[in-house]
Design a protein around this ligand. Structure first.
Ligand SMILES: [Zn+2]
Length: 414
């Protein structure tokens, strides 16, 4: 009798387990993929807001509080503030590239010093919240930190003006933990054009610009092509030895803003084995000014890129805290889950699989960073740090174009 009862109980138990598993499969939501893979966002400008609002005084910043209605950080007080830990947790964020960004106005002046201050602020922020954040510099540690319940925190320098045309500064940024650099922001550097030149004169990537790309390859720092002109995207992709990233850019074919990536470049990204991390900014995802952007616009960009070059080359680079308008349904960092649900529900063929959603979330970025590290380890066997020095004439021309008196703020001897 005991055996019979045992068998009955076991059958019932197995039935219930089977039912549960069945229900789970049937009830799979896109955001469930964020439980099995880390969601990695390529770009968040919280550090810039810390500088603008608090001069990087972290004592006055309470990251553990929901700041939605805060008098300084709330949505009614600050139109570019979207980020705090409770909302990041709700959005299931697993890893973040925090942007160390300084204004283009600092170019030829104190850009390096200001960038160091932003790197310092990010590192202090991470150190101040050890239960939630962990500083990470290697691909293999992203998933590990996330499994331990931390948001893996990495640094990207947004804008080549931050190195003041100097490879020594680039190398030291790497030593400080910087793992990508966007070649330009909204201003040209003396060695690379920004997206703005697509509407004016064109200089492309200079010989020194190529040296910057090669040195980044040698270091294992990702080359970020968001913000550069379309020709600089093409040029950098044609010479880089490692996969590249777009930390926060969307598809030009859907919204013709030069911050977005044109189809021919998307094909190059596929061949390069790189990644485009889709930007949410309303004006980059919806170019139709007669209506408001919605989360469906972002879904459309993601599906477009997947359809064109496959699910191995897409990621998320929302640009929270860097912009003043986000689509309906993506109002702050708590909404990534909504986006993943919507992506999975998309009426596309073939349907998104769980594995593809995990790649979109973070596995693609991990692959790209790992590949850049492998290139670094290979090049370490044969290459020395580069000694290239930028042509003084290029610097002077850049200064004149930026209305900075040539030489006025430039004290190096070369
Ligand atoms: Zn940006």
């Amino acid at each position: 009798m005991v055996y019979v009862n045992g068998a009955v109980c076991l059958s019932v138990l197995l039935f219930i387990i089977g039912l549960c598993v069945g229900l789970n499969v049937n009830n799979f939501k896109g955001s469930d993929a964020l439980d099995s893979a880390p969601l990695i966002d390529g770009h968040n400008d919280l550090a810039y807001n810390l500088y603008e609002l608090l001069n990087n005084n972290l004592d006055e910043f309470n990251f553990t509080k929901n700041l939605t209605d805060d008098q300084v950080w709330g949505r009614n007080a600050c139109d570019s503030c979207y980020t705090d830990l409770p909302r990041l947790r709700k959005g299931k964020l697993g890893a973040q590239f925090w942007a160390a960004y300084v204004d283009c106005a600092s170019q030829y002046k104190d850009a390096v010093q200001l960038t160091l201050r932003q790197i310092d602020a990010i590192k202090r922020l991470v150190a101040k919240y050890p239960n939630d954040l962990e500083f990470v510099t290697e691909a293999k540690n992203i998933e590990e930190a996330w499994k331990n319940g931390k948001i893996a925190s990495m640094i990207g320098v947004e804008g080549g003006h931050s190195i003041d045309s100097n490879l020594a500064v680039l190398r030291l940024f790497y030593e400080l933990g910087v793992r990508y650099m966007t070649l330009t922001h909204m201003c040209n550097t003396p060695w690379a054009d920004s997206s703005l030149v697509n509407d004016s004169s064109v200089h492309n990537l200079t010989e020194f610009g190529e040296a910057v790309v090669y040195e980044m390859n040698r270091l294992g720092m990702l080359v970020d092509l968001s913000h550069v002109s379309h020709n600089v995207m093409r040029h950098a992709l044609s010479i880089t030895k490692a996969p590249v990233m777009f930390s926060h850019s969307s598809a030009f074919a859907i919204c013709r803003n030069y911050r977005n990536v044109p189809d021919d470049v998307l094909h190059m990204v596929k061949r390069n084995n790189g990644i485009v991390m889709v930007n949410f900014y309303s004006h980059y995802v919806n170019c139709n000014s007669s209506r408001k952007a919605t989360n469906q616009d972002v879904v459309d960009h993601i599906n477009y890129i997947r359809n064109l070059i496959g699910a191995d080359h897409i990621g998320i680079g929302a640009d929270y805290d860097g912009v003043t308008s986000m689509p309906e349904g993506l109002e702050d960092v708590s909404t990534y889950t909504v986006l993943f649900d919507r992506v999975y529900e998309s009426d596309v063929e073939p349907r998104w699989t769980k594995e593809e959603l995990e790649k979109l979330a973070g596995r693609n970025l991990i692959r790209v960073l790992k590949a850049a590290e492998e290139v670094r380890d290979q090049l370490a066997k044969t290459e020395q740090p580069r000694e290239d020095i930028i042509n003084a004439r290029d610097i002077m021309q850049g200064e004149i174009m930026s209305n900075v008196p040539p030489g006025s703020c430039y004290t190096a001897n070369e």
